[in-house]
Design a protein. Structure first.
Length: 678
């Protein structure tokens, strides 16, 4: 065997052992500085400078968020550029330390947190290029506008079953419908299939194709950066943030456990869709058409709850009750604060009440996504939320305040540990609190729900309706986030050839949905989602969903809850509060597995789907009963489904490429004989 072959084989073996990525760490750095004193001094300086920088950029972003002027935008961009420069400078310095000789694990961990993520290894020109490429794609997305549905109101007046959205008429007759608020609301509220199909297509027309080539350049640059940072590709780099060498397989395993419940939900939803739209639109045993699920991306099906419920809702009107009881946005946040103090967490600081913005102002147009802010100086934390008096925003107020509690709890950690141990933790904690405060038991305790909810019997219709609404929120979203991220990992690894077909193949496999019409290689449907073109991690939402039920379940256990999990309310439980604050205080000082161990008091250090399944158990039993006469649980995919996006398969399931090859061959033979006979 030649030396070269031996070298290749050794390399392949090392790759399977995941050793190449560690070796390639050495490729881009000097790794010569082994002076512990220097490392400590560097981290001390970094801590101070990074916090100051973070404070300046957060302030400029806040100013722009509440007053979106060009001047504020320029100031914000300047600060963001300074941060990028600082990050790359710090990256170079951190990478110059030889971590293998540093015995102090915290110093090593902090250096790793500077070196591992990011794209500074690209060098200045390519770093500037990838930043530019991403901002081009974001601009295209943010500026996308579509024309109103030309069919006008495709409704039978007065008929609920043909209800069209009234937004078009309200807003405009010009081509200036934006994603938010217009298109989002149309997709939520319209029940007219032609209208939904039109907007679904129009949004994809405006967002995908024009950035397809730019996206391919982004793939290339992101992969180059990942390789410089020692990873196989950019997907590998994204997964590394989850502190699990088997992460790819772990998410699969988790989904396998949840899938049976999801299939029951799909089956029940399909029944409602067939009832409303008929079998011309929805096949009785087939996947669901993506455009009629109440959301532009079919990622959340909450808005079609009323459509799929066979009878009238039994859920009392909580929003109406809040209005009757005189709730204001301010009172909603005061109530949220009282929730946290009741479990022993601190109240919000005076700065929070002075600086936060709880209601939309005129200058804030287009900036209404709720958010929680850390100004990185240990005292200034804020919320920006365009709060309406509604149950949804009441829950959101608690969600955002949980983020602030987290900021406050880890404020005394070094700067590099002032975040969650992985990208999912913040959302998971906030949503665990949301599950608690939006549940029937808590609403009853607050006097907002006056119908009795049995805590021992989770099967009353109010309970089922509540669980169904949460399921429509969480389960399709998990399937969607898995499909999205698997697609991105795939294109990072294998390249962009056939990427649109791959997108739909994964959406069919995980979500059981199909596009409303044929999609080809000229389309770029993943590009219709902001997080794809703006380079943002999405698997965090999948992980956060699993994790939030785990956290909720542990806090319930600590509060000595008895009864079905979804009826648990750990309001006023000091024990639950103690666990919450123990976990929060660590920030990222511990790994996510160490924190899971802390949370579960030693029971496990791994993600588990059990609490989620436990939470939905009464719903699953109810769905099984509802679906007992359905032809199939889940969906059966036919060739005609694949033919919608696989260029190689025609509607009869034949391989159309082969068919074309035969036609071509026949043509050639005819030509050949014609020439011969000539
Ligand atoms: O991007 C967001 C939030 C910020 S974390 C506005 N979300 C994802 C999305 O819009 O797709 C929240 C739900 C998932
Ligand atoms: Zn959040």
């Amino acid at each position: 065997m030649s030396l070269k072959v031996l070298l290749i084989l050794t390399c392949m073996w090392l790759k399977t052992q995941n050793v190449v990525s560690q070796i390639s760490d050495l490729r881009y750095t000097e790794n010569t500085n082994d002076n512990l004193g220097n490392a400590i001094q560097f981290l001390r300086d970094f801590d101070r400078e990074a916090a100051e920088m973070c404070n300046r950029v957060a302030s400029s972003e806040w100013r722009y968020a509440i007053n979106a002027t060009d001047f504020n935008k320029r100031r914000m961009r300047e600060q963001q550029n300074l941060v990028s420069k600082f990050e790359c400078l710090s990256w170079r310095r951190a990478a110059s330390f030889d971590s293998s000789t540093i015995v102090d694990s915290s110093i090593r961990r902090q250096l790793g947190r500077i070196v591992q993520p990011g794209r500074c290894g690209l060098g200045e020109d390519k770093y500037a290029e990838i930043t530019h490429v991403i901002s081009l794609m974001k601009d295209n997305y943010n500026n996308a506008k579509v024309c109103p549905f030309p069919g006008g109101k495709s409704t039978v007046p007065g008929s609920e079953s043909y209800r069209s959205s009234s937004y078009v008429a309200t807003y405009t007759t010009y081509c200036d419908l934006k994603l938010e608020p217009e298109l989002v609301r149309i997709m939520e509220s319209s029940r007219a299939e032609p209208e939904l199909r039109y907007y679904w297509l129009a949004w994809r027309e405006k967002t995908g194709p024009s950035v397809k080539n730019t996206f391919m350049r982004y793939l290339d640059l992101a992969n180059q950066a990942a390789e410089r940072h020692g990873f196989n590709d950019a997907g590998d780099q994204m997964r590394s943030l989850y502190d699990d060498s088997e992460f790819f397989f772990s998410v699969n395993d988790l989904w396998m456990k949840i899938q049976p419940l999801y299939k029951q939900l799909v089956t029940f939803v399909r029944k409602g869709l067939v009832r409303h739209y008929g079998e011309q639109v929805v096949r009785k045993d087939g996947p669901l058409p993506a455009h009629i699920l109440g959301n532009m991306w079919a990622q959340n099906w909450h808005s079609i709850l009323s459509l799929i419920q066979p009878g009238p809702s039994e859920m009392p009107d909580i929003t109406g009750e809040m209005v009757r009881q005189g709730y204001t946005p301010f009172k909603m946040f005061q109530t949220a604060e009282e929730f946290f103090t009741s479990i022993g967490l601190p109240p919000m600081a005076p700065e929070f009440w002075r600086n936060s913005v709880f209601q939309k102002s005129n200058e804030m147009y287009g900036q209404c996504t709720a958010s929680a802010w850390d100004f990185c100086n240990k005292i200034d934390f804020r919320i920006k939320q365009c709060t309406q008096v509604s149950l949804e925003d009441f829950v959101n107020a608690h969600h955002e305040m949980t983020h602030v509690q987290y900021y406050m709890q880890y404020a005394s950690q070094p700067f590099l540990y002032r975040e969650g141990p992985n990208p999912a933790f913040h959302e998971a904690l906030a949503n665990a609190i949301s599950l608690c405060v939006g549940g029937p038991t808590h609403l009853q305790k607050l006097g907002l729900l006056n119908t009795p909810v049995s805590v021992t019997n989770g099967n009353t219709m109010i309970n089922i309706e509540y669980l169904l609404s949460i399921a429509l929120d969480k389960l399709p979203f998990m399937a969607y986030s898995l499909a999205l991220e698997k697609w991105r990992w795939y294109v990072f690894e294998k390249g962009p050839v056939g990427m649109n077909a791959r997108w739909w193949e994964l959406r069919l496999r995980y979500q059981g949905i199909i596009p409303p019409t044929g999609r080809g290689f000229e389309h770029f449907d993943a590009g219709a989602k902001y997080h794809v073109i703006s380079d943002q991690d999405y698997i965090k939402y999948f992980v956060a969903t699993v994790l939030q039920f785990q956290i909720y379940s542990e806090l319930c256990l600590a509060s000595h809850h008895v009864g079905p999990l979804h009826t648990c309310d750990f309001y006023r439980s000091r024990e639950a509060g103690r666990i919450l604050s123990d976990v929060m205080q660590q920030g990222a000082a511990l790994s996510s597995s160490q924190l899971l161990k802390l949370l579960t008091r030693g029971k496990t250090s791994r993600l588990s789907a059990e609490p989620l399944i436990d939470f939905f158990r009464p719903l699953e039993a109810w769905l099984e009963l509802q679906n007992k006469d359905e032809p199939i649980i889940g969906w059966s995919s036919r060739m005609e489904d694949f033919a919608l996006f696989q260029p190689l398969v025609d509607r009869n399931g034949r391989n159309s490429a082969a068919k074309h090859m035969f036609s071509l061959l026949a043509l050639l033979m005819v030509c050949f004989y014609s020439v011969l006979s000539f």
